[in-house]
Design a protein around this ligand. Structure first.
Ligand code: TEU
Ligand code: CA
Length: 551
Protein backbone atom coordinates (compact mmCIF):
# COMPACT_ATOMS: atom_id res chain seq x y z
CA UNK A 1 0.00 0.00 0.00
CA UNK A 2 1.38 3.43 -0.92
CA UNK A 3 2.28 5.52 2.12
CA UNK A 4 0.50 8.48 0.54
CA UNK A 5 -2.80 6.63 1.02
CA UNK A 6 -2.16 5.35 4.50
CA UNK A 7 -0.70 8.44 6.17
CA UNK A 8 -2.33 11.15 8.29
CA UNK A 9 -1.45 14.75 7.48
CA UNK A 10 -1.42 17.62 9.98
CA UNK A 11 -1.64 21.19 8.73
CA UNK A 12 0.41 23.86 10.46
CA UNK A 13 -0.47 27.52 9.96
CA UNK A 14 2.97 28.72 11.04
CA UNK A 15 2.06 32.26 12.00
CA UNK A 16 -0.30 30.89 14.66
CA UNK A 17 1.39 27.68 15.78
CA UNK A 18 4.18 28.45 18.23
CA UNK A 19 6.26 31.59 18.77
CA UNK A 20 9.79 30.94 20.05
CA UNK A 21 11.13 34.50 20.36
CA UNK A 22 8.28 36.52 21.81
CA UNK A 23 7.54 38.69 18.79
CA UNK A 24 3.96 37.42 18.72
CA UNK A 25 4.42 35.49 15.47
CA UNK A 26 4.73 31.73 15.28
CA UNK A 27 7.99 30.56 13.72
CA UNK A 28 10.06 27.58 12.59
CA UNK A 29 12.02 27.12 15.84
CA UNK A 30 8.61 27.09 17.54
CA UNK A 31 7.43 24.25 15.28
CA UNK A 32 10.56 22.27 16.15
CA UNK A 33 9.71 22.43 19.85
CA UNK A 34 6.33 20.82 19.07
CA UNK A 35 7.52 17.90 16.95
CA UNK A 36 7.24 15.51 19.88
CA UNK A 37 3.67 16.66 20.47
CA UNK A 38 2.89 15.85 16.82
CA UNK A 39 4.71 12.55 16.92
CA UNK A 40 2.77 11.60 20.03
CA UNK A 41 -0.50 12.41 18.27
CA UNK A 42 0.52 9.94 15.59
CA UNK A 43 0.62 12.08 12.47
CA UNK A 44 3.04 11.12 9.69
CA UNK A 45 3.15 14.20 7.48
CA UNK A 46 3.14 17.94 8.16
CA UNK A 47 1.80 20.42 5.64
CA UNK A 48 3.22 23.80 6.49
CA UNK A 49 1.44 26.84 5.04
CA UNK A 50 3.82 29.27 3.26
CA UNK A 51 7.04 30.23 5.03
CA UNK A 52 8.73 31.86 2.04
CA UNK A 53 9.75 35.49 1.84
CA UNK A 54 6.60 37.59 1.56
CA UNK A 55 5.33 41.08 2.32
CA UNK A 56 2.44 39.26 4.03
CA UNK A 57 -0.63 40.88 2.54
CA UNK A 58 -2.19 37.44 2.47
CA UNK A 59 -0.12 35.81 5.22
CA UNK A 60 2.50 34.34 2.93
CA UNK A 61 0.23 33.40 0.02
CA UNK A 62 1.88 36.37 -1.71
CA UNK A 63 5.45 35.25 -2.25
CA UNK A 64 8.27 37.62 -3.17
CA UNK A 65 11.06 35.01 -3.18
CA UNK A 66 10.30 31.31 -3.63
CA UNK A 67 13.76 30.22 -2.55
CA UNK A 68 14.07 32.18 0.69
CA UNK A 69 12.57 31.74 4.15
CA UNK A 70 10.80 34.81 5.47
CA UNK A 71 12.74 36.28 8.41
CA UNK A 72 9.55 36.41 10.54
CA UNK A 73 9.65 32.60 10.47
CA UNK A 74 13.41 32.11 10.86
CA UNK A 75 16.30 31.24 8.58
CA UNK A 76 17.10 28.59 5.98
CA UNK A 77 19.17 26.85 8.66
CA UNK A 78 16.14 26.75 10.93
CA UNK A 79 14.13 25.21 8.13
CA UNK A 80 16.76 22.57 7.34
CA UNK A 81 16.91 21.74 11.04
CA UNK A 82 13.11 21.36 11.11
CA UNK A 83 13.34 19.01 8.15
CA UNK A 84 16.06 16.95 9.79
CA UNK A 85 14.33 16.76 13.16
CA UNK A 86 11.02 15.84 11.56
CA UNK A 87 12.65 13.12 9.45
CA UNK A 88 14.42 11.74 12.50
CA UNK A 89 10.99 11.21 14.01
CA UNK A 90 9.65 9.57 10.87
CA UNK A 91 7.58 12.64 9.98
CA UNK A 92 7.51 13.95 6.42
CA UNK A 93 7.23 17.61 5.50
CA UNK A 94 5.11 19.10 2.76
CA UNK A 95 5.41 22.72 1.69
CA UNK A 96 2.77 24.97 0.21
CA UNK A 97 3.32 25.61 -3.48
CA UNK A 98 1.74 28.93 -4.43
CA UNK A 99 2.23 29.25 -8.16
CA UNK A 100 -1.01 30.64 -9.50
CA UNK A 101 0.33 34.07 -8.52
CA UNK A 102 3.24 35.78 -6.81
CA UNK A 103 3.52 38.89 -4.69
CA UNK A 104 3.65 42.16 -6.61
CA UNK A 105 7.02 42.55 -4.87
CA UNK A 106 8.49 39.48 -6.58
CA UNK A 107 11.42 40.42 -8.81
CA UNK A 108 9.64 38.92 -11.84
CA UNK A 109 6.71 41.25 -11.37
CA UNK A 110 8.86 44.27 -10.68
CA UNK A 111 10.55 43.60 -14.01
CA UNK A 112 7.33 42.71 -15.77
CA UNK A 113 5.64 46.01 -15.05
CA UNK A 114 8.51 48.19 -16.26
CA UNK A 115 7.85 47.89 -20.01
CA UNK A 116 5.94 45.92 -22.60
CA UNK A 117 9.11 44.41 -24.03
CA UNK A 118 10.75 43.44 -20.75
CA UNK A 119 11.66 39.71 -20.87
CA UNK A 120 9.47 39.13 -17.80
CA UNK A 121 6.45 40.94 -19.24
CA UNK A 122 4.88 37.70 -20.37
CA UNK A 123 5.32 35.99 -16.96
CA UNK A 124 2.09 37.73 -15.95
CA UNK A 125 -1.22 38.44 -17.63
CA UNK A 126 -1.43 41.93 -19.09
CA UNK A 127 -4.31 43.29 -21.16
CA UNK A 128 -5.57 46.52 -22.63
CA UNK A 129 -8.66 47.99 -21.04
CA UNK A 130 -12.01 48.41 -22.78
CA UNK A 131 -12.02 52.16 -23.10
CA UNK A 132 -11.39 53.32 -19.57
CA UNK A 133 -12.82 50.07 -18.19
CA UNK A 134 -10.98 46.86 -17.22
CA UNK A 135 -10.59 44.07 -19.84
CA UNK A 136 -13.60 42.15 -18.49
CA UNK A 137 -16.07 42.14 -15.60
CA UNK A 138 -14.35 39.63 -13.28
CA UNK A 139 -14.29 40.47 -9.56
CA UNK A 140 -11.65 39.12 -7.20
CA UNK A 141 -12.18 36.33 -4.65
CA UNK A 142 -11.61 38.61 -1.69
CA UNK A 143 -14.50 40.98 -2.33
CA UNK A 144 -12.13 43.77 -3.29
CA UNK A 145 -13.61 44.70 -6.69
CA UNK A 146 -12.26 44.15 -10.21
CA UNK A 147 -9.74 41.37 -10.92
CA UNK A 148 -7.79 43.86 -13.03
CA UNK A 149 -5.42 46.49 -11.72
CA UNK A 150 -4.49 49.38 -13.96
CA UNK A 151 -0.78 50.09 -14.21
CA UNK A 152 -0.01 53.58 -15.53
CA UNK A 153 3.60 52.81 -16.50
CA UNK A 154 2.51 50.78 -19.54
CA UNK A 155 -1.15 51.78 -19.74
CA UNK A 156 -2.36 48.18 -19.31
CA UNK A 157 -4.12 46.10 -16.66
CA UNK A 158 -2.76 43.01 -14.91
CA UNK A 159 -4.93 40.12 -13.73
CA UNK A 160 -5.24 39.21 -10.04
CA UNK A 161 -7.82 36.61 -9.05
CA UNK A 162 -7.01 37.39 -5.42
CA UNK A 163 -5.80 40.73 -4.02
CA UNK A 164 -4.09 43.40 -6.18
CA UNK A 165 -0.89 42.42 -4.35
CA UNK A 166 -1.12 38.94 -5.92
CA UNK A 167 -0.71 39.21 -9.72
CA UNK A 168 -1.54 35.97 -11.58
CA UNK A 169 1.26 34.15 -13.36
CA UNK A 170 1.00 33.30 -17.03
CA UNK A 171 1.43 29.53 -17.29
CA UNK A 172 1.27 29.72 -21.09
CA UNK A 173 4.87 30.94 -20.87
CA UNK A 174 7.24 27.98 -21.01
CA UNK A 175 10.13 29.83 -19.38
CA UNK A 176 7.95 30.62 -16.40
CA UNK A 177 7.03 26.96 -16.08
CA UNK A 178 10.70 25.99 -16.24
CA UNK A 179 11.47 28.39 -13.40
CA UNK A 180 8.71 26.88 -11.29
CA UNK A 181 9.89 23.30 -11.84
CA UNK A 182 13.40 24.42 -11.03
CA UNK A 183 12.17 26.00 -7.79
CA UNK A 184 10.32 22.79 -6.86
CA UNK A 185 13.52 20.86 -7.48
CA UNK A 186 15.34 23.28 -5.18
CA UNK A 187 13.10 22.24 -2.25
CA UNK A 188 12.76 18.55 -3.11
CA UNK A 189 16.51 18.16 -3.44
CA UNK A 190 16.83 19.58 0.08
CA UNK A 191 14.58 16.83 1.40
CA UNK A 192 11.09 18.27 1.26
CA UNK A 193 8.59 15.44 0.75
CA UNK A 194 5.99 17.08 -1.43
CA UNK A 195 3.59 19.94 -1.89
CA UNK A 196 0.10 21.16 -1.18
CA UNK A 197 -0.61 23.15 -4.33
CA UNK A 198 -2.50 26.38 -3.83
CA UNK A 199 -5.48 26.93 -6.19
CA UNK A 200 -3.80 24.67 -8.73
CA UNK A 201 -7.09 24.25 -10.60
CA UNK A 202 -6.88 27.91 -11.69
CA UNK A 203 -3.51 28.00 -13.44
CA UNK A 204 -4.76 27.62 -17.01
CA UNK A 205 -6.93 30.62 -17.92
CA UNK A 206 -9.43 30.84 -20.79
CA UNK A 207 -7.43 32.87 -23.29
CA UNK A 208 -10.40 34.84 -24.56
CA UNK A 209 -11.12 36.06 -21.00
CA UNK A 210 -14.91 36.08 -21.46
CA UNK A 211 -17.16 38.16 -19.20
CA UNK A 212 -18.78 36.19 -16.42
CA UNK A 213 -22.56 35.97 -16.90
CA UNK A 214 -24.98 37.51 -14.43
CA UNK A 215 -25.13 35.19 -11.40
CA UNK A 216 -22.17 33.12 -12.65
CA UNK A 217 -18.84 32.68 -10.88
CA UNK A 218 -15.32 33.54 -11.94
CA UNK A 219 -14.18 30.43 -10.10
CA UNK A 220 -15.96 28.10 -12.53
CA UNK A 221 -14.67 30.11 -15.50
CA UNK A 222 -11.03 29.78 -14.50
CA UNK A 223 -11.11 26.30 -12.93
CA UNK A 224 -9.94 23.27 -14.94
CA UNK A 225 -8.73 25.31 -17.88
CA UNK A 226 -7.80 23.79 -21.22
CA UNK A 227 -4.14 23.10 -20.36
CA UNK A 228 -4.17 22.41 -16.63
CA UNK A 229 -3.73 18.64 -17.01
CA UNK A 230 -1.00 19.08 -19.57
CA UNK A 231 0.87 21.34 -17.10
CA UNK A 232 0.51 18.94 -14.21
CA UNK A 233 1.69 16.02 -16.33
CA UNK A 234 4.65 18.07 -17.42
CA UNK A 235 5.39 18.95 -13.79
CA UNK A 236 5.23 15.30 -12.81
CA UNK A 237 7.61 14.23 -15.55
CA UNK A 238 9.99 17.11 -15.15
CA UNK A 239 10.34 17.14 -11.40
CA UNK A 240 7.99 15.12 -9.17
CA UNK A 241 8.83 11.75 -10.70
CA UNK A 242 12.43 12.15 -9.62
CA UNK A 243 11.37 11.92 -5.96
CA UNK A 244 8.98 9.95 -3.75
CA UNK A 245 6.50 12.72 -3.06
CA UNK A 246 3.04 13.37 -1.75
CA UNK A 247 0.99 15.98 -3.60
CA UNK A 248 -2.42 17.45 -2.94
CA UNK A 249 -3.99 20.10 -5.09
CA UNK A 250 -6.31 22.72 -3.69
CA UNK A 251 -8.99 22.49 -6.31
CA UNK A 252 -11.86 24.92 -6.10
CA UNK A 253 -14.35 24.32 -8.90
CA UNK A 254 -13.34 20.70 -9.38
CA UNK A 255 -16.07 18.14 -10.03
CA UNK A 256 -15.78 14.39 -9.57
CA UNK A 257 -15.17 13.93 -13.29
CA UNK A 258 -12.31 16.44 -13.13
CA UNK A 259 -10.93 14.95 -9.92
CA UNK A 260 -10.61 11.64 -11.72
CA UNK A 261 -8.00 13.33 -13.91
CA UNK A 262 -6.13 15.32 -11.25
CA UNK A 263 -6.00 12.52 -8.68
CA UNK A 264 -6.06 9.42 -10.88
CA UNK A 265 -4.47 6.28 -9.44
CA UNK A 266 -2.38 6.03 -12.60
CA UNK A 267 -0.11 8.64 -10.95
CA UNK A 268 0.32 11.00 -13.90
CA UNK A 269 -0.75 14.12 -12.01
CA UNK A 270 -1.38 14.49 -8.24
CA UNK A 271 -2.06 12.08 -5.38
CA UNK A 272 -5.29 13.84 -4.45
CA UNK A 273 -7.23 17.10 -4.43
CA UNK A 274 -9.22 19.13 -1.92
CA UNK A 275 -12.62 19.64 -3.50
CA UNK A 276 -14.93 22.44 -2.34
CA UNK A 277 -18.35 20.81 -2.51
CA UNK A 278 -18.69 20.57 1.27
CA UNK A 279 -17.51 24.16 1.77
CA UNK A 280 -20.03 25.35 -0.78
CA UNK A 281 -22.98 23.80 1.11
CA UNK A 282 -23.44 26.76 3.43
CA UNK A 283 -22.74 29.27 0.69
CA UNK A 284 -25.62 31.16 -0.78
CA UNK A 285 -26.86 34.43 -2.05
CA UNK A 286 -24.27 36.50 -0.26
CA UNK A 287 -21.42 34.10 -1.16
CA UNK A 288 -20.40 32.71 2.24
CA UNK A 289 -21.48 35.68 4.36
CA UNK A 290 -24.66 34.31 5.87
CA UNK A 291 -25.91 32.34 8.87
CA UNK A 292 -26.82 29.21 6.95
CA UNK A 293 -26.24 25.85 8.67
CA UNK A 294 -25.27 22.80 6.65
CA UNK A 295 -28.06 20.22 6.55
CA UNK A 296 -26.91 16.65 7.20
CA UNK A 297 -28.65 15.15 4.14
CA UNK A 298 -26.67 17.53 1.90
CA UNK A 299 -23.42 16.64 3.63
CA UNK A 300 -24.11 12.92 3.32
CA UNK A 301 -24.96 13.24 -0.34
CA UNK A 302 -21.69 15.04 -1.14
CA UNK A 303 -19.59 12.58 0.86
CA UNK A 304 -21.20 9.53 -0.69
CA UNK A 305 -20.95 10.88 -4.23
CA UNK A 306 -17.23 11.47 -3.85
CA UNK A 307 -16.61 8.16 -2.12
CA UNK A 308 -18.39 6.21 -4.84
CA UNK A 309 -17.25 8.48 -7.65
CA UNK A 310 -13.52 8.05 -7.07
CA UNK A 311 -13.65 4.39 -6.01
CA UNK A 312 -10.83 2.47 -7.68
CA UNK A 313 -10.16 5.32 -10.10
CA UNK A 314 -8.77 8.19 -8.06
CA UNK A 315 -8.01 9.07 -4.44
CA UNK A 316 -9.89 11.28 -1.95
CA UNK A 317 -8.58 13.68 0.66
CA UNK A 318 -10.59 13.92 3.88
CA UNK A 319 -10.67 17.26 5.69
CA UNK A 320 -12.97 19.14 8.02
CA UNK A 321 -11.35 22.55 7.93
CA UNK A 322 -8.18 24.50 7.20
CA UNK A 323 -6.86 28.05 7.50
CA UNK A 324 -9.56 29.31 5.08
CA UNK A 325 -12.56 27.54 6.59
CA UNK A 326 -14.51 27.87 9.83
CA UNK A 327 -13.53 25.75 12.83
CA UNK A 328 -15.10 22.36 12.23
CA UNK A 329 -16.78 21.83 15.59
CA UNK A 330 -18.51 25.20 15.31
CA UNK A 331 -19.55 24.56 11.72
CA UNK A 332 -20.59 20.90 11.57
CA UNK A 333 -20.85 19.95 15.26
CA UNK A 334 -21.96 21.76 18.38
CA UNK A 335 -19.51 23.97 20.27
CA UNK A 336 -21.53 24.38 23.46
CA UNK A 337 -19.83 23.13 26.64
CA UNK A 338 -21.93 20.01 26.85
CA UNK A 339 -21.32 18.67 23.34
CA UNK A 340 -18.16 20.33 22.05
CA UNK A 341 -15.79 17.46 22.74
CA UNK A 342 -18.20 14.69 21.87
CA UNK A 343 -19.21 16.27 18.57
CA UNK A 344 -15.59 16.96 17.55
CA UNK A 345 -14.86 13.26 18.13
CA UNK A 346 -17.92 12.30 16.09
CA UNK A 347 -16.81 14.50 13.20
CA UNK A 348 -13.33 13.03 13.17
CA UNK A 349 -14.67 9.47 13.32
CA UNK A 350 -17.23 9.83 10.55
CA UNK A 351 -14.95 11.87 8.29
CA UNK A 352 -11.61 10.12 8.65
CA UNK A 353 -12.92 6.58 8.40
CA UNK A 354 -14.12 7.09 4.86
CA UNK A 355 -11.69 6.26 2.07
CA UNK A 356 -8.97 8.85 1.53
CA UNK A 357 -6.06 10.54 3.26
CA UNK A 358 -7.05 12.41 6.45
CA UNK A 359 -5.95 16.01 7.00
CA UNK A 360 -6.13 17.52 10.49
CA UNK A 361 -5.97 21.30 10.83
CA UNK A 362 -4.09 22.59 13.87
CA UNK A 363 -6.37 22.92 16.89
CA UNK A 364 -8.97 20.46 15.66
CA UNK A 365 -7.38 17.82 17.87
CA UNK A 366 -8.25 20.05 20.84
CA UNK A 367 -11.78 20.84 19.72
CA UNK A 368 -10.87 24.48 19.02
CA UNK A 369 -13.89 26.70 18.38
CA UNK A 370 -14.72 29.74 16.27
CA UNK A 371 -13.50 33.01 17.75
CA UNK A 372 -15.84 35.93 18.39
CA UNK A 373 -14.43 39.19 17.00
CA UNK A 374 -15.96 42.19 18.77
CA UNK A 375 -14.49 45.07 16.81
CA UNK A 376 -13.09 45.80 13.38
CA UNK A 377 -9.56 46.41 14.68
CA UNK A 378 -9.36 42.78 15.79
CA UNK A 379 -9.68 41.57 12.20
CA UNK A 380 -6.50 40.72 10.28
CA UNK A 381 -7.54 38.94 7.09
CA UNK A 382 -7.88 41.04 3.96
CA UNK A 383 -10.99 39.06 3.02
CA UNK A 384 -12.67 39.70 6.41
CA UNK A 385 -11.82 43.39 6.26
CA UNK A 386 -13.35 43.68 2.78
CA UNK A 387 -16.36 41.66 3.90
CA UNK A 388 -17.04 43.98 6.81
CA UNK A 389 -17.06 47.00 4.51
CA UNK A 390 -19.27 45.21 1.97
CA UNK A 391 -21.76 43.98 4.57
CA UNK A 392 -21.97 47.42 6.18
CA UNK A 393 -22.62 48.92 2.76
CA UNK A 394 -25.55 46.54 2.37
CA UNK A 395 -27.02 48.07 5.54
CA UNK A 396 -26.16 45.21 7.90
CA UNK A 397 -25.43 46.53 11.43
CA UNK A 398 -21.83 46.34 12.67
CA UNK A 399 -22.43 43.73 15.38
CA UNK A 400 -24.38 41.48 13.03
CA UNK A 401 -21.68 41.80 10.38
CA UNK A 402 -18.99 40.93 12.92
CA UNK A 403 -21.06 37.97 14.01
CA UNK A 404 -21.20 36.60 10.45
CA UNK A 405 -17.49 37.25 9.93
CA UNK A 406 -16.66 35.51 13.21
CA UNK A 407 -18.61 32.46 12.07
CA UNK A 408 -17.60 32.32 8.43
CA UNK A 409 -14.45 34.40 7.97
CA UNK A 410 -10.91 33.07 7.85
CA UNK A 411 -9.56 34.90 10.92
CA UNK A 412 -11.62 32.67 13.16
CA UNK A 413 -9.57 29.60 12.28
CA UNK A 414 -6.31 31.54 12.47
CA UNK A 415 -6.28 32.46 16.16
CA UNK A 416 -3.20 30.97 17.87
CA UNK A 417 -2.80 27.40 19.06
CA UNK A 418 -3.76 27.11 22.70
CA UNK A 419 -0.95 25.20 24.37
CA UNK A 420 -1.66 25.90 28.05
CA UNK A 421 -3.66 28.14 30.38
CA UNK A 422 -0.96 30.73 31.00
CA UNK A 423 -1.01 34.27 29.65
CA UNK A 424 -0.33 34.05 25.90
CA UNK A 425 -1.72 30.48 25.96
CA UNK A 426 1.79 29.07 25.68
CA UNK A 427 1.78 30.40 22.11
CA UNK A 428 3.77 33.56 22.83
CA UNK A 429 5.27 35.54 25.68
CA UNK A 430 4.68 38.71 23.67
CA UNK A 431 1.70 40.34 22.01
CA UNK A 432 0.10 37.90 19.56
CA UNK A 433 -0.34 39.13 15.97
CA UNK A 434 -4.03 38.17 16.17
CA UNK A 435 -6.10 37.79 19.32
CA UNK A 436 -6.10 34.53 21.24
CA UNK A 437 -9.49 32.91 21.76
CA UNK A 438 -10.47 33.73 25.33
CA UNK A 439 -11.42 30.12 26.01
CA UNK A 440 -7.73 29.10 26.15
CA UNK A 441 -7.90 28.64 29.93
CA UNK A 442 -10.36 25.84 29.38
CA UNK A 443 -9.36 24.56 25.92
CA UNK A 444 -5.64 23.92 25.66
CA UNK A 445 -3.21 21.17 24.74
CA UNK A 446 -1.84 20.68 28.23
CA UNK A 447 -5.24 20.00 29.72
CA UNK A 448 -6.13 17.79 26.76
CA UNK A 449 -3.01 15.65 26.91
CA UNK A 450 -3.37 15.09 30.64
CA UNK A 451 -6.99 13.96 30.50
CA UNK A 452 -7.70 10.51 29.19
CA UNK A 453 -11.14 11.17 27.68
CA UNK A 454 -10.11 14.37 25.89
CA UNK A 455 -10.48 15.13 22.20
CA UNK A 456 -6.71 14.91 21.80
CA UNK A 457 -6.50 11.43 23.27
CA UNK A 458 -9.45 10.33 21.16
CA UNK A 459 -7.73 11.62 18.00
CA UNK A 460 -4.64 9.72 19.00
CA UNK A 461 -6.67 6.53 19.40
CA UNK A 462 -8.53 7.12 16.14
CA UNK A 463 -5.33 7.69 14.16
CA UNK A 464 -3.75 4.51 15.50
CA UNK A 465 -6.99 2.58 14.97
CA UNK A 466 -7.21 3.70 11.36
CA UNK A 467 -3.62 2.92 10.64
CA UNK A 468 -3.79 -0.63 11.92
CA UNK A 469 -7.04 -1.52 10.20
CA UNK A 470 -6.32 -1.64 6.50
CA UNK A 471 -10.02 -1.86 5.78
CA UNK A 472 -10.25 1.91 6.24
CA UNK A 473 -7.67 2.53 3.57
CA UNK A 474 -8.77 -0.11 1.13
CA UNK A 475 -12.27 -1.26 1.90
CA UNK A 476 -15.30 -0.39 -0.17
CA UNK A 477 -17.64 2.37 1.05
CA UNK A 478 -21.33 1.52 1.26
CA UNK A 479 -23.74 4.11 2.69
CA UNK A 480 -26.53 2.84 4.95
CA UNK A 481 -29.55 4.57 6.51
CA UNK A 482 -29.29 6.92 3.55
CA UNK A 483 -32.75 8.43 3.97
CA UNK A 484 -32.23 9.46 7.59
CA UNK A 485 -31.59 13.10 8.26
CA UNK A 486 -30.17 12.62 11.77
CA UNK A 487 -27.66 9.83 11.33
CA UNK A 488 -24.66 9.46 9.01
CA UNK A 489 -23.66 5.83 8.60
CA UNK A 490 -21.70 3.69 6.19
CA UNK A 491 -20.07 0.31 5.90
CA UNK A 492 -16.47 -0.36 4.99
CA UNK A 493 -16.03 -3.81 3.52
CA UNK A 494 -13.14 -5.94 2.27
CA UNK A 495 -12.74 -9.66 1.64
CA UNK A 496 -12.25 -10.39 5.36
CA UNK A 497 -14.71 -8.24 7.25
CA UNK A 498 -17.30 -5.50 7.31
CA UNK A 499 -17.46 -2.65 9.78
CA UNK A 500 -20.06 0.07 10.21
CA UNK A 501 -19.30 3.66 11.12
CA UNK A 502 -22.32 5.45 12.54
CA UNK A 503 -22.84 8.88 14.05
CA UNK A 504 -25.77 10.89 15.37
CA UNK A 505 -25.32 14.46 14.11
CA UNK A 506 -28.08 15.91 16.31
CA UNK A 507 -28.49 17.04 19.90
CA UNK A 508 -31.27 14.50 20.50
CA UNK A 509 -31.03 10.83 21.34
CA UNK A 510 -32.22 8.83 18.33
CA UNK A 511 -33.20 5.25 17.90
CA UNK A 512 -31.70 3.10 15.19
CA UNK A 513 -32.93 -0.32 14.22
CA UNK A 514 -30.04 -2.18 12.64
CA UNK A 515 -32.44 -4.80 11.30
CA UNK A 516 -33.81 -2.10 8.95
CA UNK A 517 -30.60 -2.45 6.99
CA UNK A 518 -30.24 -6.18 7.73
CA UNK A 519 -27.18 -5.43 9.84
CA UNK A 520 -25.98 -7.85 12.51
CA UNK A 521 -23.65 -6.18 14.95
CA UNK A 522 -20.89 -8.17 16.59
CA UNK A 523 -19.03 -5.72 18.80
CA UNK A 524 -18.09 -2.09 19.18
CA UNK A 525 -14.52 -1.30 18.10
CA UNK A 526 -14.40 2.40 18.90
CA UNK A 527 -16.89 4.85 20.36
CA UNK A 528 -16.95 8.41 21.61
CA UNK A 529 -19.04 7.62 24.71
CA UNK A 530 -17.64 5.55 27.53
CA UNK A 531 -20.01 2.67 28.34
CA UNK A 532 -22.29 3.22 25.34
CA UNK A 533 -25.48 1.15 25.42
CA UNK A 534 -26.06 1.40 21.68
CA UNK A 535 -25.60 -2.28 20.92
CA UNK A 536 -28.02 -3.20 23.72
CA UNK A 537 -30.82 -0.68 23.21
CA UNK A 538 -30.35 0.76 19.73
CA UNK A 539 -30.24 4.31 21.11
CA UNK A 540 -27.57 6.74 19.90
CA UNK A 541 -27.06 9.50 22.43
CA UNK A 542 -26.65 13.11 21.16
CA UNK A 543 -23.55 13.29 18.89
CA UNK A 544 -22.65 9.70 19.67
CA UNK A 545 -20.48 7.84 17.18
CA UNK A 546 -19.54 4.18 17.02
CA UNK A 547 -17.49 1.88 14.88
CA UNK A 548 -18.96 -1.59 14.90
CA UNK A 549 -17.75 -4.89 13.58
CA UNK A 550 -20.53 -6.74 11.78
CA UNK A 551 -21.14 -10.47 11.94
O1 TEU B 1 -7.30 29.67 -1.17
C1 TEU B 1 -8.02 29.77 -2.33
C2 TEU B 1 -9.48 29.72 -2.25
O2 TEU B 1 -10.15 29.53 -3.24
C3 TEU B 1 -10.16 29.95 -1.01
O3 TEU B 1 -10.27 28.99 -0.08
C4 TEU B 1 -10.23 31.34 -0.58
O4 TEU B 1 -9.54 31.56 0.60
C5 TEU B 1 -11.67 31.61 -0.36
O5 TEU B 1 -12.30 31.41 -1.58
C6 TEU B 1 -11.89 33.02 0.08
O6 TEU B 1 -13.27 33.12 0.34
C7 TEU B 1 -5.92 29.65 -1.26
C8 TEU B 1 -5.30 29.74 0.11
O7 TEU B 1 -5.64 28.61 0.85
C9 TEU B 1 -5.71 31.03 0.74
O8 TEU B 1 -5.27 31.14 2.07
C10 TEU B 1 -5.14 32.14 -0.11
O9 TEU B 1 -5.59 33.38 0.39
C11 TEU B 1 -5.55 32.01 -1.56
O10 TEU B 1 -5.41 30.69 -2.06
C12 TEU B 1 -4.67 32.86 -2.42
O11 TEU B 1 -3.39 32.34 -2.44
CA1 CA C 1 8.35 34.52 16.45
Amino acid sequence: MDWQKNCVVYQIYPKSFCDSNGDGIGDIPGIITKLDYLKNLGVDVLWISPIYESPGFDNGYDISDYKAIDPIFGTMDDFLRLLKEAHERGIKVLLDLVVNHTSNEHEWFKQSRTSKDNPYRDYYIWKDGRGDKPPNNWTDFFGGGSCWEYDAATNQYYLHLFSPWQPDLNWENRKLRDEIYDMMDFWLSRGVDGFRMDVISYISKPLDFPDVKEGGSVSFLVANGARVHEYLREMRKRVLDKYDTITVGEAAGVTIEEAKKYANLDGHELNMVFHFEVNDLDGGENYKWNNKKIALPDLKRVYSRWQKGLWQVAWNSLYLSNHDQPRSVSRFGNDCDLYRERSQKLLATCTYLMQGTPFIYQGEELGATANRFESSDQLRDIESINALANLREKGIPQSEALDIISKRGRDSARTPMQWNDEKGAGFTTGTPWIMINENYKKINAKEQIDREDSVYNYYKKLIAFRKFNQIFTQGEYIPVFEARNDVFAYLRRDENQTVMVIGNYTENAVSVNLADEKIKAECCLLGNIEGSKFLQNGILEPYESNVIRLG
